[in-house]
Ligand binder design. Structure first.
Ligand code: HEM
Length: 133
């Protein structure tokens, strides 16, 4: 038991700051941490989204004011971050599910980078669409 505690203590002492120390981390750890961060971000977004939708009950003026705000550059930046979260979490989630089922276990790193490449392309296309449509 004492041996186990001496292994876990240094990590515990670093606390929440350890989450943001990415130097020297394995890419699998970074993928796991980002998956958790984006998962929690999506939950937060869903709550905010429902709150925004409640504006519809306050009539067209309240909704039009929100739509004007939603077209501002800051909102478009937030939309880009949201799209990144959706793409990273969704595509990395597909990899986790596949590998959990025994599919692509030996080539899971290539699978990760291929899916991240796809995520980057979709992100670029999505951001371009947001600014031009
Ligand atoms: C394409 C859709 C999605 C897929 C394929 C997916 C897949 C996954 C997988 C496989 C995990 C477990 C990761 C692991 O055990 O390492 C996970 C965790 C999680 N997901 Fe998703 N997910 C999706 C959409 C969402 C959405 C829409 C939300 C939020 C509204 C969400 C929130 C979360 C949260 C909070 C966790 C827990 C993170 C953690 O504790 O590490 N996911 N997801």
């Amino acid at each position: 038991m004492s041996q186990q505690m001496s292994v876990s203590r240094p990590f515990l002492r670093r606390g929440w700051r350890a989450w943001f120390q990415v130097r020297g981390r394995h890419v699998g750890y970074i993928a796991f941490a980002l998956n958790r961060l984006t998962g929690l971000g999506l939950v937060l977004y869903l709550i905010l989204h429902l709150m925004v939708l409640s504006l519809l009950t306050r009539g067209p003026n309240a909704w039009d004011a929100f739509v004007r705000l939603a077209k501002s550059p800051l909102f478009l930046l937030l939309d880009g971050i949201l799209l990144f979260g959706i793409l990273f979490h969704g595509l990395n989630g597909v990899r986790v599910v596949l590998v959990s089922m025994g599919i692509g276990v030996r080539r899971h790193k290539e699978l990760f980078w291929a899916l991240m490449g796809l995520a980057a392309l979709l992100l670029l296309g999505g951001v371009w669409g947001m600014w031009h449509v």
